[in-house]
Design a protein around this ligand. Structure first.
Ligand code: ADP
Ligand code: MG
Length: 139
């Protein structure tokens, strides 16, 4: 099924000049980047984006980290894009991530794990709308 998913290249990866390497993984795996922009997340936006984790012990630290430097937010399009991107990303903790996944290759820690990807089609729609207007998606 043709799908769209939201990806974020997180501050640790932007800082280490990994935007190109990560985008190359998407493109080599038939995920098309149909929208992309670099921004500094406002604290309030980080809190809203991660509100599902608001009661977790790491929530504050996660919001600090996600606002600590520029991120690249992007919309990826492709067959089964949500699941495909989650597979390319690997497990949340880079130590547990499968070989050749983005998090295994580039992640530093369970927090600084280089990328975000939507975890369901429903959340993909919500997350894409959070960052992009329809006219920014060049499809
Ligand atoms: P995923 O990004 O794989 O969907 P989660 O939704 O569980 O993972 O967590 C969101 C983000 O919160 C993670 O990508 C990571 O940056 C951070 N995180 C998750 N678990 C921890 C933890 N135990 N300690 C610190 N940060 C965490
Ligand atoms: Mg998640």
């Amino acid at each position: 099924m043709l799908e769209y998913t939201l990806s974020i290249i997180k501050p640790d990866a932007v800082e280490r000049n990994l935007i190109g390497d990560i985008n190359s993984v998407f493109e080599k795996n038939d995920l098309k980047i149909v929208a992309q922009k670099m921004l500094l997340l406002a604290r309030r936006d980080a809190e809203i984006f991660y509100q599902i984790h608001k009661d977790r012990s790491f929530f504050n630290e996660l919001c600090d980290y996600m606002t600590s430097g520029p991120v690249v937010v992007q919309v990826l399009k492709g067959k089964n894009a949500v699941k495909k991107n989650r597979n390319l990303m690997g497990a949340t903790n880079p130590e547990n991530a499968e070989e050749n996944t983005i998090r295994k290759l580039f992640g530093i820690s369970v927090e600084k794990n280089s990328v975000h990807g939507s975890d369901s089609d429903k959340n993909a729609k919500i997350e894409i709308n959070f960052f992009f207007s329809q006219k920014e998606i060049l499809d």
